[in-house]
Design a protein around this ligand. Sequence first.
Ligand code: HEM
Length: 154
Amino acid sequence: MDDSLYRQLVEGSPDAIILGDAGGRIRLWNAGAETIFGFTAAEAVGQSMDLIIPERLRGRHWSGYDRVLATGVSRYGRGELLAVPAVTKDGRTISIEFTIEILRDAAGAILGPVAIIRDVTKRFQREKELGRRLKELEARGQPHAPAAPEPTRG
Ligand code: HEM
């Protein structure tokens, strides 16, 4: 594939694709990131990722970020998804899930992590609502399955 196809793949993705540098600044912010978080690329590139990270999660994010830059491996590379809340430009809290990949230059030096992020707010709210209804049913003592028949003797 030539470079223009790769560019279309990144730019056209409805998922947010965000590349960070070794200092934790945003290097790439695609159209999907503009739609999900509300900031344009011009507003986001060069800024700290704290732009979209709720204050209480920043400590955990940056200690993980530094560890991954030092080791070159992320536990969210394959299989695992990082699921967290995020803040948008207009101050809403949304639910996101993402994987993390480490980008390297031709010599193998680490350039920074790239996050591929999906907005899962609707699903998260549905699951919360289902959990709430289940608790309600349990509190009312409704049976979830027919009672087992009485054991017979003889
Ligand atoms: C709203 C946005 C974000 C929030 C709330 C957030 C939050 C977090 C949290 C809570 C952790 C710790 C996870 C753990 O210990 O298991 C973490 C780790 C990390 N985050 Fe973020 N983050 C956000 C965006 C990003 C973005 C955009 C990038 C990269 C471009 C990124 C890169 C990392 C890396 C590399 C780690 C370490 C992962 C590992 O331990 O394997 N984060 N983040």
